[in-house]
Design a protein around this ligand. Sequence first.
Ligand SMILES: *Cc1c(COP(=O)(O)O)cnc(C)c1O
Length: 574
Amino acid sequence: MTQPLVAYVSMEIAVAPNVATYSGGLGVLAGDVVRAAADAGYPMAAVTLLYRDGYFRQHLDADGLQHEEPQSWRPETQLELLSPIVTIAISGRPVTVGIWRYTVSGVDGDSVPVYFLDTDRPENDDAARGLTRALYGGDARYRLEQETLLGVGMVAALEALGHEHIATYHMNEGHSALLVLALLERLRATPHGPPTFDDLARVRERCVFTTHTPVPAGHDCFGLDLAHDVLGPEYVTALRALGLADGDVVNMTHLALRASHFTNAVALKHGEVSRLMFPDVHVHAITNGVHAGTWASTPFGELFDRHLPGWRRDNWQLRQAIGIPLDEIAAAHAVAKHALIDRVAHATGKLLDPNRFTIGLARRATAYKRNDLILRDTERLAAIARLFGGIQIVFGGKAHPRDWDGKGMIQHIVGAAHALSGNVDIVYVEDYDMTWGAALTSGSDIWLNTPRPPNEASGTSGMKAAVNGVPSLSVMDGWWIEGALDGVTGWSIDAESGCDDERTADALYTLLQHTILPAYVRDRQHYLTVMRGAIAFNASHFNAQRMLAQYAIEAYDPAPAEDNRVAAKRLRAG
Ligand SMILES: *Cc1c(COP(=O)(O)O)cnc(C)c1O
């Protein structure tokens, strides 16, 4: 194996459906980055934690109330336990860390290792063993201990594995920012006293940071008292001496920003919002993408293989999907829709109608995402459905166990499903995961997205839909601002409606009634043209291959930065 030059570090990485170490978009994106790197033969290694109880398994009772159970899985059946172990200090005692590997293989046989750190080992006390039990569980101390394990543990783990040529550490969200402290310790010029600003400058050369959310609660903060307990006095002294803490608090996003030479947001609009949030740094924007080969359903994968051989190696070829005959798009979609209908029948007992217009919406159930917005006026929705032979809506998504608003939103949807039937059939599938994500984004006729702008940093499920010729019906937020070509790749809901729920719902109903359903029911050629447009214009751009290329050119490759510095010096001299 070539020695990795980039270490990609993330609290969650979705490597495969049966490796339950992810909760949602952040982990799926991380998995897609790794899959794109493997395709390209890019010298990367990724590091995350091994959660033996996963995130949680979701069960909804008859009232739609969410219940959570551990998501047990067997690491030894999916991953390989490596022989090196490392020991790091957490909360004043040594914690032994095991390292498991999952190898992601690319289209040309290259591979990228994903290392999972595991503290459930006989050397550790019970509390330490439990550190890698659950993703996003526990209190502030548990979270800080996990983030210490991820940040400090990963640097030690890569050393123990002999990966000595890491030039760039890519922090995927602030959870891994404590790696800065471990790097300071290794790169400092003198071994005594607190590290200096010169030491920090050397660390900055190595660090890249991607911020993922404009929602303040998405940025972890810990008190320095707690940090003192968990990290120890030396690390806290370093945080204070280098201005990496804010008063008595360490904000993981600020830490990552101050210790990185390159920071990016995940869509152009998110870049603008982030520059307002963090006026002291330049925040670049690299819009997310999805791994096309992973998210194309079997019928679309085969369709592309026939018309665009080589698309898996070179996603730009999807631009040429504009030449694929519409009847072949229709046939591939019919297969994907049947697969979704079978899956829904198997999981819920509910039989959906393959001829009915089917709206898909699955995403984390949390207030700003407004998953239930389409149910704001159910009488109006039912009246529209009556005009066009009925509609079906398939919902999915978990609420964080402590997100009561999110849980209430699920109950609202399940309640509406009971109340409405006949013209509007609604199902809520339990336990949304990668497999459901693939089935829903390929088998729906349209993919609905109604968050409160500008809270959706990017969103990626609509990109998966595009790979499968499923148009988006979306408010103007996140990636859709870049992907929206009205009547060409999907339909946009009133750009001026902002956070006004009433006005947004009104615009949504109007679009369904006067534009989208008439096309679907009476002008199928036009509808199919939009489906094909979603592939040609959006799947060809919003893919992980383009995203990785941007990371490589703008963030990882040190040469252009060097050239820029030389150029800047010359300019000053001239
Ligand atoms: C793609 C995916 C997501 C992210 O989609 P968003 O549009 O950002 O909500 C979340 N969860 C799963 C299981 C996915 O497959």
